[in-house]
Each structure stands twice: as C-alpha cells, then as structure tokens.
Design a protein around this ligand. Structure first.
Ligand code: AMP
Length: 558
C-alpha cells in the first residue's frame, strides 16, 4: 500500500494508491491543519479548528509558514515549533489512514511547495519522522498536481501549466506530457503569497472601515473568521455581508467583488511574475500552453481565475477538485517510487527547484570582494544532473581552496542556504593561478556529490552530502551513487560527441565557400551546447546536425 500526503497550510489530506489509482482516505478527507490545547491535551483537525475563534490563545493555525525557522508557538503554557505541530497533523492523518485501510502506514510521499528551501524541506522530513512515518520522498506540490492530471491524459501530448495558490504559498509548474513521459519543464513561485494574504487585506479593510479594534486577540480572531467567510462567499456571490458584534454594538459588514478586487489588486498583480518566469525557463510562450489547471483553495476566487485567463489567454480547467489534486498526485508518486506495476509505462522526471553552486570572490579594480554566488546546476535543470565548472585560485602562491556549496537564487551567498563545504589543496605556484574542475551531481533523492580535480596534478577529491536525502540507508546511497556515475562524463569527452565534432571537421575540409560558413556555424553551435552541458539540448542538436551532415555528404559525394 502506498500513501501520499498533502501537508497544507490550511488543510491536510492523505491518499492511498490501490488497484492502479489513487483515492482519498475518509469520507471527509480535509483535515484542518490546526492544533488546539484542551484540558492539557493537544488535539488536531476539525475539533481544533472549531476552537480557533473562541480560544485563540490555545489554538494555532498556518504554522506551515514557519517551517524551517526557529519560530515557536504558544499554546497555553506550552511552547511548540512548527515541526512539532506539523508532526501532530501527520500523526492524525496516519491514524485515519491506518484505521480505514487496516494497514500500518509508514512509507509516505509528502508534498511541499516547490519553493520550499532545504531547511523547510528538512523540517517536513523531521515532522514525518516524529510522527513515526518514513518519508520516501518529498514531491513539489505543483508536480504532484501535474502527475494527477498527467495520469488522466497520459495518452495525449502537450504542455500543462499548473497554477497552485494555496493558503500560504503560490507555485507554478509547467509539465510536458509526451508518450507516457511526464516531464516537468519548469517550476516557479512566491513563497509568501497565498489565500491568507487575501483574507488579511479584507480583514484590514473591515477593521478600518468599521473602526473595529484589533489589539484584542479574541476580537481579532473573530474578525479574521468573518473576513475569511466573506471572502469565500464572494467566490459564488457578487456581494456578501454578515453581522459582527463588537463592544456592545452590531456592525453590518459587507463587501462587493469590485471592492475586493480593488483592495487585493497588489496581490493579484504579484501572480504574474512567477507565471512569466516559469514560461521563460521552459522556453515557451503562453500560446504554447495547451491546458491550464487550477490547484489550491484560493484559486476559487473569481479575481484569481480571471487573472489566470488574462495572462494565459485561455480558461483554466478544474477537472479534479483543486483541494484534492495534490494529495492524489502524492499517492501516485508513492506508487511510482515503489515501482507499482500499474504504472510501468509512466516515466516521471522532475527539475531542481533551486540553483546549486559555490561561493566565489570577484575582482573589482585591484581588490577582491568575497561571498558571490556562482551557480553550477541552475534552477529548473532536469534531475538527475551532473555539471562541471572550472574555478581558479585568486592569489599567486595560494595552497588551499575552500569550496562552500550553496542553494538559492540570491547573488550573494549570505542570502542563500549553505549545504556544505570542502577544502582542496593545490600546489604552491607563484607564477600562475591554479585551476580546479568541480563537478556537482544531484539526483531526485537529494543526494549531492562534489568531485574536484586539480588540473595541474590531476589529484581528485570527493564529498558526498547526504543531509538532503532524509536518511537514506548506506546501501541505498551507494546504489544512488552508482547510478549517478554514468552521468559524470563531460559531454566534451563523450565518444558520440567527439565523433560528431570530427565529422563536422571532415566535412569542412571537403566543403567550399558558403558551405564552409555553415559548417563553421554548426561547429560553434555544438561546442557551445557542449559547454552548457545540458543533455536534452545536446541530444536534439546531435540529431539535427547529423541530418544536415547526411544531406551535405550526399550532395558532395555525388
Ligand atoms: P489550501 O491550502 O489549498 O487548502 O488553500 C486554502 C486557502 O484557500 C485558504 O486561504 C482559503 O481561504 C482559500 N479558500 C478555500 N475555499 C475558498 C473559496 N471558496 N473562496 C476563496 N478562497 C477559498
């Protein structure tokens, strides 16, 4: 039995994959991600959510946003981290699934926002372990949604854009479905934009318009509840209103769709950038998107739907309930990870959500500035991936180079996340700078390998970083390392590529005038592609260049 979990900011769900398809556990599958303290005991789910407006000091919600941080939450006199609270929700889901299926629920795939960094992902793994679950894999939420949709359309082909606006985060993914292969082309997002932000602007608008004091925690929690309910009602009605009792007076709160659009216009505008970035990274235009699917409760808002249609020029599909789709996809991924026979023909590839690279020094005039980020595996690279980069010493006579590995997109490493470090000795050379080839290899389990070669001595050194794998066994790690080995050849040293370069040169020797120009262009194009080390780009060039050379040779040999 394979289980998939959607650990959401607002609600969490668990699915099981059986008889070739996923289904949600329990007739009421959405478990509120809320924890409450009642008579000294902690409870989660619906019962905890009920107490949110009346006992705000003994109830916490939306703690997923604090995953990976040191923030603590007070529940009465107790203090808990986001990991503790998430573990309680996960334990609740485990219990639901094992009572319904009768199986011991241990191996699970858990979804996380694509934009969760390594610390946040580690926090999710820690929560799973604390709930006595074995997190086989973490899957990006939009990827999970795309799998659920992709599996439906596995016989079709085209590009699907998944637009996922949940309670706390916004993710965009573009996936290509082609002959049974689901390939994630790009993911992008905003880790601090979600349905809660829309509730917040409405809450602030109501507080200001009606002069409601928000320094009292109970009034604040009740007004938040009212704002949330009005926001949800606006998804089906043009106007919504409710009574609100405060300080012995009753205020009639009301809001129209137009006013809501006005006060939320900044948030709606922020939806654009991640969509554009995903399209750019996938090298696609909006016209090349065949299907747009919506995921996450906040995509029920008409103002979000019309923004999606405006940006992508087509109406989104909502074939699968947007609240359920991520958990269903996580269940499919669990079955894929465990090689379930029902999914034999389905191949899934993912991309790295972050860039990985090293800290370097840059020269400005005659001085060096330290701590700049130099990516080696760029964001949205298909994984598993292996890339090589040449680094140089910065001082003559330098005898050691300190490599620090980071993950992130910020130009300075201090704003990215440090994953590890290694020292490489180089021979003292007072005449020239030393060069070191650094190869970074990364696979879907999170295994990261750094291999260095000092070019002048050919001395090699390797470090394997397993912190990101969430506790793979030594045997699994060695199997993964073996699989990565085959990728560790620079495309410039690959025999097929060398043969193609030699063939272009041979044709050049044969050719004259205009044809020579064209062959020189082919040579440069291919060499640049080899420098970029992108396997799919190299493969498609190999095919197109070979065809052109076939044509050329028939013309000349004639
Ligand atoms: P999720 O994390 O996917 O469960 O999404 C939760 C978010 O969706 C919360 O911010 C909810 O306020 C929002 N949401 C759920 N239902 C609706 C609705 N009918 N209209 C507007 N927002 C909704």
């Amino acid at each position: 039995m394979y289980f998939g979990i959607d650990l959401g900011t607002t609600n969490s769900l668990i699915s099981v994959f059986e008889n070739g398809q996923p289904r949600l556990i329990s007739s009421k599958p959405m478990v509120p991600s809320v924890v409450a303290l009642i008579d000294g005991a902690l409870i989660t789910g619906d019962a905890a959510k009920e107490r949110l407006p009346t006992h705000p000091k003994d109830t916490v919600a939306a703690f997923k946003r604090a995953m990976g941080t040191d923030k603590t939450f007070k529940l009465g006199r107790q203090t808990h981290t986001a990991v503790d609270l998430s573990a309680m929700v996960l334990a609740h889901l485990k219990h639901l699934a094992s009572s319904e299926t009768g199986y011991d629920v241990s191996d699970v795939v858990i979804s996380v926002p694509a934009y969760f960094n390594q610390l946040q992902r580690d926090a999710v793994r820690a929560a799973a372990l604390a709930a006595d679950l074995n997190p086989l894999r973490l899957i990006n939420e939009p990827t999970a949604a795309a799998i659920a949709y992709g599996l439906q359309d596995i016989d079709e082909q085209g590009h699907i854009l998944v637009f996922d606006l949940g309670g706390g985060t916004f993710d965009v993914s573009i996936i290509e479905v082609f002959e049974g292969v689901l390939e994630v082309k790009a993911t992008s997002g905003d880790a601090f934009l979600g349905g809660e932000d829309f509730t917040k602007v409405l809450f602030e608008h109501l507080a200001q318009k009606h002069g409601i004091p928000t320094d009292d925690v109970v009034i604040k929690a009740r007004l938040w509840d009212a704002a949330e309910s009005l926001k949800q009602r606006l998804s089906t009605a043009h106007e919504a209103e409710c009574d609100f009792v405060c300080d012995d007076r009753t205020e009639s709160l009301s809001i129209s769709r137009d006013t809501f659009s006005d006060i939320a216009s900044n948030l709606v505008r922020r939806l654009r950038l991640p969509v554009e970035r995903a399209l750019y990274d996938a090298k696609l235009t909006s016209q090349q998107i065949d299907k747009v699917v919506l995921v996450g409760g906040a995509t029920r808002m008409p103002l979000v739907r019309s923004q999606v249609s405006r940006m992508l020029g087509k109406l989104p599909e909502v074939g699968i309930d947007p609240d359920h789709v991520v958990a269903l996809g996580a269940g499919i991924q669990a079955a894929l990870t465990a090689n379930d026979a029902a999914l034999d023909d389905v191949v899934m590839t993912d991309v790295s959500a972050f860039s990985l690279g090293f800290s370097i020094s840059r020269q400005f005039g005659n001085r060096y500035e330290h701590g700049f980020f130099e990516p080696v595996i760029e964001r949205n690279t298909v994984i598993p991936a292996s890339r090589e980069h040449i680094f140089q010493t910065v001082e003559l006579g330098q005898t050691e180079v300190h490599f620090e590995l980071y993950q992130g997109e910020a130009p300075r490493v201090q704003d990215n996340i440090k994953l590890g470090a290694m020292k490489v000795k180089v021979p003292r050379n007072s005449k020239d700078y030393e060069s070191i080839a650094v190869r970074l290899s990364y696979d879907t389990s999170g295994l990261l390998e750094v291999d260095t070669t000092v070019l002048s001595t050919q001395k090699t050194q390797s470090v394997t970083i397993t912190d990101l794998t969430g506790g793979l066994s030594a045997r699994e790690i060695s199997a993964r390392k073996k699989a990565l080995q085959s990728l560790k050849v620079h495309p410039k040293d690959n025999e097929d590529n060398l043969a193609l370069l030699a063939r272009i040169e041979r044709c050049y020797a044969m050719a004259l005038a205009e044809d020579r120009n064209q062959l020189q262009n082919m040579l440069l194009t291919f060499q640049y592609a080899l420098d970029r080390q992108n396997p799919s780009e190299i493969q498609s060039l190999q095919e197109s260049l070979s065809e052109q050379l076939d044509q050329f040779e028939t013309n000349y040999v004639r």
